[in-house]
Design a protein around this ligand. Structure first.
Ligand code: APR
Length: 249
């Protein structure tokens, strides 16, 4: 489907100097990765992700949580970036300052070619020790699930942020610093329900940034937006980039 953009939006994009993009699960939906809040299918249909992605769930049933993440890790490893991810790589090439912040743990921005990504919620490909909170990149082969930390014998867990946990400070500080100096802020494919990520566009707004949301649905953030572009990111983003910077020749 072909989208028509307001001329004011295209002009804003062309003249922007400090652009910040916050992405959520929606940008990877077209890569075949189910978003967090949609019903799961198959083997895991009876589980609510909200009840698996917590330290309490892991303490109670570490094997179940590890296996759920192993399933998601497999889905992620088979997924490819979609035109939305690639359009953000292209957008960055046209702008003096560009910061990409993601809540996704799937690595698809990096695979698409985005060179610097602030990962607020970790990365599913990595594991860490539940006891010591340090990343562990290899451990002896074992049938035991979850495997154990080769240093302390504690259980290994995915290096993702669970509900109730704090976010890694380095990307979080970078995200707040970028939002507080943004002149244009995109919120793409996120339900805007999870803090502190959801407060980033509001911070940008306070410093005078123009806010744009790309999402087929409205969200609790929509009312704050200057522009809401309704539709899939994989369709809208490439068209928006082509409208702002038409391909030569
Ligand atoms: N293009 C753009 N947006 C889309 C698309 C698409 N093709 N498909 C779905 N969406 C939108 C949905 O309308 C919804 O608003 O993406 C959003 C996905 O919302 P969530 O599943 O809640 O994902 P997200 O906002 O990233 O969740 C935040 O919460 O579950 C935790 O830690 C997890 O990082 C996650 C965080």
């Amino acid at each position: 489907m072909s989208h028509i953009f307001p001329p004011s939006l295209i002009e804003t994009l062309q003249s922007a100097r400090r652009v910040v993009v916050l992405t959520g699960a929606g940008i990877s939906a077209e890569s075949g990765i189910p978003t967090f809040r949609e019903a799961q299918t198959g083997l895991w249909a009876k589980y609510d992700p909200m009840t698996l992605a917590t330290p309490q769930a892991f303490r109670q049933n570490p094997r179940l949580v590890w296996e759920w993440y192993a399933w998601r890790r497999k889905l992620v490893s088979q997924a490819r970036p979609n035109p939305g991810h690639y359009a953000l790589v292209e957008m960055a090439n046209h702008l003096p300052h560009f910061t990409l912040i993601t809540q996704n743990v799937d690595n698809l921005h990096q695979i698409a070619g985005s060179s610097y990504v602030l990962e607020l919620h970790g990365n599913i490909a990595r594991s860490k020790c539940f006891a010591e909170n340090v990343v562990i990149s290899s451990w002896p082969e074992t049938d035991e699930l979850p495997p154990r930390c080769p240093h302390c014998g504690g259980l290994l867990r995915p290096d993702v942020v669970w509900f109730g946990e704090s976010l890694p400070s380095e990307p979080l500080d970078g995200a707040f610093a970028a939002a507080s100096t943004a002149d244009l802020f995109f919120t793409i494919g996120t339900s805007g329900l999870v803090q502190p990520a959801a407060s980033l566009p509001l911070l940008a707004r306070q410093v005078g940034a123009i806010l744009i949301e790309i999402n087929p649905q409205t969200t609790p953030l929509t009312d704050q937006m200057d522009y809401h572009l309704s539709g899939p990111a994989g369709e809208i983003l490439p068209q928006l980039v082509a409208a702002a910077w038409p391909p030569k020749g």
